[in-house]
Design a protein around this ligand. Sequence first.
Ligand code: MRU
Length: 359
Amino acid sequence: MEIPRSVVFEDGILRILDQTLLPGREVYLECTSVSQVIKAIRELSVRGAPAIGIAAAYAMILGLESCSDDQSGLRNEVLARAAQLKAARPTAVNLCWAVDRMLDNAESFFDLQWSQSGPEPGQTGQRLAGILKDAADLIYEEDKKACQAIGENAWQLVARYPQVLTHCNAGSLAVSELGTALAPIYLASQRGVPVHVYVDETRPLLQGSRLTAFELGRRGVDCTLISDNMAAHVMALGRVDLVIVGADRVAANGDAANKIGTLNLAILCKHFDIPFYVACPCSTIDLDTETGSGIEIEERAAEEVRQVLGQPTAPVDVAVFNPAFDVTPAALITGLITEKGIIDRPSYQRLRVFESSSG
Ligand code: MRU
């Protein structure tokens, strides 16, 4: 069975699969305004670094064709949308990366408008919307190709180490299609490798049990759900020979921010001598952030920890710390799997060499 697409743009409407309702119900939110998309990003209806970038790119277009025809009014509108969207969640760099690409396209349009006589009155918003739609489609298509290439670059790794453990959801639901960490698993499985995946439940919001287990099931990949605190035991039993996770931002020195609990796994892998890989498109690598300590870690509402799926599981007033991500130091990462190849033992030096050699 197919996995539903996380984001679909059709007839000027951005349809966002409400991932908070999975695996029980497949419902699309019909977004026609930027504020609806920001709400969907904040509430994790759409989540996963590449998917929120794609959703934000399409949000830049919503209703633009009927906006003011006055050039500076339109430009202010575009700049305001960009600022609001970028502030929706702080950790995943793909969000800012995608919005900045849309802004670059908008700025080129405005430069051209100012240097020429411009289109007929009443058409400026419409023309800009058309150009930005093409730019958002390109971001989507590039992400799709990057995911496929990530899968191609690492499926043999899965063939060699077919007992995999993953954390959170870095699959089809977190991107355009296919996934990052799950892409090599899907390709290996399609090519006859007897893959088995241990799926970390991923407290507090259960992206592992609700989303990854759902996806793997849809694609017929053999998997077993465990709660996060079982990973060490499962490794001690010799049932894991590879860990692959996604990333929200990779710093210039190779430190990688990903879903809270990823660092635990990286430390366990060092103890048990299990390869620990991070898979992400190059749009997740942020060379402007030198090390992981410069990555802003989102802190979310206390209720997410005091409750499980809306049911209280703790005293209502207990103090809570709820960081959504942690940072794995580069020294614990065996390799960074990207669409352009695998960077072994990532470091500042190796990322620079990789960047200059891969173009
Ligand atoms: O809070 P979420 O669900 O957006 O966190 C998602 C993750 O941590 C993913 O592993 C990451 O974004 C990579 S998605 C390909």
